[in-house]
Design a protein around this ligand. Structure first.
Ligand code: PLP
Length: 287
């Protein structure tokens, strides 16, 4: 039996949930999304995702069709009916399906937004080989649009980046603009030098990761120094450690960049410690 998913106010079997071919999410990538991780049946950093969703919608001039309470209820109901223990909830809101294809935004009164949520079950998600062994990344030019702070469904270039990495026998790609690393294809990028964590400062150039905010808070609480500034691939290659963060990968060590081993070539002590702290604290605060 397939999943039960949420579409515009209804809980439906996944094969009965249909969206119009005129939906602007489908035709124009005119949609925003969030992915909230689930551990032990509970939502990690739910409020962070709700706040960022509201910001993404606002930046695109879309209204927010659901309150925090509505969103929480839908997330929890989907977890319950689909019996998800570990995994995540995907949420997408598009500008809806007007009567015809048109670049101009439709009247929001005539065209209701399309709201979709579904669960993804990933048992044992925290014991992944990538967490144990670390991941290898390549660098590629950052050829995305200039508003990467808005979490839109324009994911073609990140998908291409993952495919380039796969072709090179690696796990992911770090994106480079003007000689400096912006972020990973679907995660934020960090290096560690001694006791100092270095990650790019927030701006329109990167997504403001919810996991990033939590990781930097925990790092400071654990007496690590945090420096928010851009860095080059060369600086990363000579760092002691490197790692990425995202809602689905938590904190995952990076052990190789463009064929160069980072530190010992094994997951570093500080990155592994941060992962443990992140998971422990997140489980504690999950709702
Ligand atoms: N950067 C990009 C480009 C992403 O797509 C993501 C997650 O999808 C992240 C960073 C990490 O964000 P979060 O920690 O909120 O999952």
């Amino acid at each position: 039996m397939g999943r039960i998913v949420y579409l515009n106010g209804e809980y439906l079997p996944e094969d009965q949930a249909k969206v119009s071919i005129f939906d602007r999410g489908f035709l124009m990538a005119d949609a925003v999304y969030e992915v909230t991780s689930v551990l032990g049946g509970k939502l990690i950093d739910f409020d962070g995702h709700v706040v960022r969703l509201a910001r993404s919608l606002n930046e695109l001039g879309m209204k927010n069709p659901l309150s925090r309470a509505d969103l929480l209820e839908i997330h929890r109901e989907l977890l319950r009916v689909n019996e998800v223990v570990d995994g995540g909830v995907y949420l997408q809101i598009s500008r809806g399906a007007p009567a015809d294809r048109d670049f101009v935004f439709p009247d929001p009164v005539e065209t209701p937004q399309t709201v979709v949520l579904f669960t993804q079950s990933k048992p044992g998600i925290t014991d992944s080989p990538s967490a144990r062994d670390g991941i290898k990344v390549i660098s590629i030019p950052d050829e995305r649009w200039a508003r990467r702070d808005i979490k839109t469904v324009q994911l073609l270039y990140p998908s291409m980046g993952k495919m380039m990495a796969k072709k090179a026998g690696c796990d992911d790609a770090w994106l480079v603009e003007n000689g400096l690393v912006t972020e990973g294809t679907s995660n934020n990028a960090y290096i560690i030098k001694g006791n100092r964590i270095i990650t790019r400062n927030l701006s329109n150039d990167i997504l403001h990761g919810i996991t990033r905010a939590a990781v930097l808070r925990f790092a400071r609480e654990a007496q690590m120094e945090v420096e928010e500034r851009p860095f080059t691939i060369e600086e990363a290659q000579s760092a002691d450690e490197a790692f990425i963060s995202s809602a689905t990968m938590f904190v995952t060590p990076v052990v190789e960049i463009d064929g160069v081993a980072i530190g010992s070539g094994k997951p570093g002590r500080n990155a592994s410690r941060l992962r443990d702290i992140y998971l422990e604290e997140s489980r504690k605060n999950a709702i």
